[in-house]
Design a protein around this ligand. Sequence first.
Ligand SMILES: NC(=O)c1ccc[n+]([C@@H]2O[C@H](COP(=O)([O-])OP(=O)(O)OC[C@H]3O[C@@H](n4cnc5c(N)ncnc54)[C@H](O)[C@@H]3O)[C@@H](O)[C@H]2O)c1
Length: 343
Amino acid sequence: MNILVTGGAGFIGSAFIRFIIQYTQHQVFNLDKLTYAGSLESLYLVEKDPRYHFSPIDITDYQAVKQIFFNFRPDAIINFAAETHVDKSITCASNFIQTNIIGTYQLLEISRLYWQNLPDNKQSQFRFHHISTDEVFGDLGYSDLFFTEKSTYAPSSPYSASKASADHLVRSWLRTYGLPTIITYCSNNYGPYQFPEKLIPLTILNALNERPIPVYGNGDQIRDWIYVEDHVRALYLVLTQGKIGESYNIGAHNEQRNIDIIHKICTIMEELVPCKLKSISQYKELITYVQDRPGHDVRYAIDANKIKNTLKWTAHESFESGLTKTVKWYIENTLWVQKIQAN
Ligand SMILES: NC(=O)c1ccc[n+]([C@@H]2O[C@H](COP(=O)([O-])OP(=O)(O)OC[C@H]3O[C@@H](n4cnc5c(N)ncnc54)[C@H](O)[C@@H]3O)[C@@H](O)[C@H]2O)c1
């Protein structure tokens, strides 16, 4: 199978490509604009493999993307490309509207043109797999039931609103044109190669460098966490065995308060890096409460029973083992951090 991956130099897209090259025989074409969040350094393990191809392309560039489609002739496209940092969307939403909405629209249109010209046997096999997020459903109260695939869309931030808009386009291209689409909604991912603006890598690196560890508000916000390698295994199952027109939640049933995660990371750091350079005796002394994010969602929690029951997927990594692996990875890969921050 030829798989066209957009945003494959980012956190989850690069994990997906490493998985495909390591565990399957498929060809992969990575199409990524290489924004500040994307780095080819995340793909050094696979970059020399003859089944891996790359072009630095913006998904809003219609002609360039079309050319890749008609040259590479994908059997499936999986769309990870997005602007993803909520704080940045609050400061300036323009890139989020361009990439997340207009970019998805362009991919849908090119896919439709390409798919309509495929022979019948190829047409029925083609997939447009769109990566969404649980954030499109807004937030939950502390005692509310989990998000299901049928939860109502209620996005809170410019980021989640742009992702929700893209989802609506994807659904309408299925309904109106019959383009074979699938959407997956995932909860918060963590693991190696995540850009250090997000909670877990930021906390690890600030602890390592003995800088203040910021906590929004009182740190009571709850997120549902999944190890990135569990997520990409689920994506591969959906891409290859998921039903056209369906959507699937992907989550590991692992709710954690932000402040508890920060304390857990500090505890792991005490074990792995007990020697400190400055005048702190414990990493948790670095915890600094800062003004809360405007419109900050209280809680996300995802019901992943559909993918468990229909595709027999389960998460393998416990939060404790995954978090320890992640902390170790950042300690051992400071060069990757320096390179991605120098972008
Ligand atoms: N990280 C999470 O916890 C999480 C959870 C649920 C869903 N998601 C979704 O998963 C997808 C991937 O997230 P991530 O955390 O890997 O993001 P990321 O920010 O790490 O990577 C995004 C990638 O997209 C590329 N990109 C951005 N704009 C582009 C454009 N116009 N054209 C081509 N490439 C472009 C970037 O260069 C980067 O490589 C996103 O769609 C995101 O909304 C992420």
